[in-house]
Write a new protein. Structure first.
Length: 114
């Protein structure tokens, strides 16, 4: 199973970005997916989670601003990020949970300037 994340970049505070994570080797419709981030000097944290049953949950810090979604036909999970803040600056990674196994994609850097 391989995950490839892209869509990061430099954006001004208040702006938006959409991250994409393409999954190969597994059908995402039956798996849980998540976006995580790690800021410099901080531990990795869960940003958004999408269960195989369709439920979603978010970190308190991004509720109302970020939206996780999936396109099963494209085997892709997205993270729409609006009203970005400098504190959202981090490397964002996607994760797929498949039974006892966990797969990670490489990170994509998001930098929010003030």
């Amino acid at each position: 199973v391989q995950l490839q994340a892209f869509g990061g970049g430099l954006v001004q505070a208040g702006g938006s970005l959409r991250l994409s994570c393409v999954v190969r080797g597994s059908i995402i419709s039956s798996n849980a997916l998540g976006w995580y981030r790690q800021a410099p000097g901080k531990e990795r944290e869960l940003v958004a989670h999408s269960s195989s049953g369709g439920s979603t949950n978010y970190a308190d810090s991004v509720k109302g601003r970020f939206t996780i979604s999936r396109d099963n036909a494209k085997n892709t999970v997205y993270l729409q990020m609006n009203s970005l803040k400098p504190e959202d600056t981090a490397v964002y990674s996607c994760r797929l949970s498949k039974g006892y196994y966990t797969y990670w994609g490489q990170g994509t850097l998001v930098t929010v300037s003030s």
